[in-house]
Design a protein around this ligand. Sequence first.
Ligand SMILES: [Mg+2]
Ligand SMILES: [Zn+2]
Length: 474
Amino acid sequence: MVKNLVLAFVLISTFSCSTVRDSGNNSDTTAGSAKRSGVGTMPKNVVFFISDGCGSASFGLARDYQKAVSGATNLFLDSMEVGSVITFSANNKITDSAASATAYSCGIKTYNGAIGVDINRTSVETVLEAAEKAGYNTGLVSTTRITHATPAAFSSHVPSRAMEAEIATQQVGKGIEILMGGGRSFYLPKEKGGLRQDGRDILEEAKQAGYSLIQTTAELNNATRLPILALFTNDHMSYEIDRVPEKEPSLKEMTEKALSLLSKSDKPFFIMIEAGRIDHAGHANDVAAHLHDVLAYDEAMKAAVDFAKSNGQTLVMGTSDHETGGLSLGAQWGRRFSYEYYPANLGKINSSIEMFIRNLNGIKSGSNAAVTEWILNETGSRFGFSSEDFQTNVRKMVQYREVAGDSAAFTHLRIMLEDSTARAAWIGWASSNHTAVDVPLFAFGPGSEMFNGKMDNTEVGKAIFRALGLKKSE
Ligand SMILES: [Mg+2]
Ligand SMILES: [Zn+2]
């Protein structure tokens, strides 16, 4: 495996990309060239963003919040919206991330849970693999575990998204220049604090094969050469609202570093960058965590477009794999007939509910009085909740602990926080899972005309192949 990896690098470094490109415009490096960004020109590089679980309402919430707190009129990505995407999978009107990411990476409909395989469980070459073979530098960035469904669907072939140890093994074996995000756990064996049962240390194997290993923001800042394997956390990276900058870089910082390293080489590149935790906050019905991950996504897209503007040969496009949560902007809390929606009220919140509950687990062995005091202090400072009603509910919930036990009581508290944060903004959640609504499509730069209007997710995948000048194997 390691030998194959080394061989792959040798092959890539000796392969001339001009033999597989039909656009022949790589010599034009004029910054912001009007010719290159005009209709009909082909990009040299493609940056593909995926905002996992992010629908139109999520972008609307972020826009309205930003307007209310900073006076900005729009999100950056509003200027790039070119259409929308239909997301159903081969076996369900509601897709999961595995099937929809496989639609983008392979241009095919497949079943929920499938990673880089068709409905018969047969492997299908992904756009990243085709790009590697054609001499491109390639990269994957995600705020989730790098072995999670979305990045996995570009870099591996397994019948089930749950096979993350196998996904990790496949990811480092194919010459990808940048692997960045969370998820050391499936790269490390149990003996070293990971979750692998086979005893293999894939981090060490990657190092032997030439990867620089990176684990902190400072190490990322110091990185100067490819390939890099940068995994900042064992599990998913933090929600943006909880992120500690010294430990974990922002999505924007990861994007800027990746593009800076890739642009040092003359080779064309393809990179997929995922804002993966927008989805998790949707599942958790945690509106503040959801909001701040969407804003972080907008900043990362802006950074990529700033790069594309000065580079002049880069297509930046983005979409979501599906919506999550059935978010609505405006909700009927109570039966009043009125239009109520106050996104600015989310400005008081500085923690995810997940982080709050995790910290609570540390003190839950305390007396009811101590737990009550902790919850009231924390919900006051982290969520801005201090009303008499809220305090009465917390006291009732802590008493409920005596009859129902910690687990039931704290589930009750979590639901109370989900409801209270939603009520604060007067937003609604219809689901704690994915929905079938269409998702927005964004594009900027040469080749952006290929992404236009209402598209199926498989059509988006096929268009990425075309934008890169790559043939899709049928
Ligand atoms: Mg994902
Ligand atoms: Zn999801």
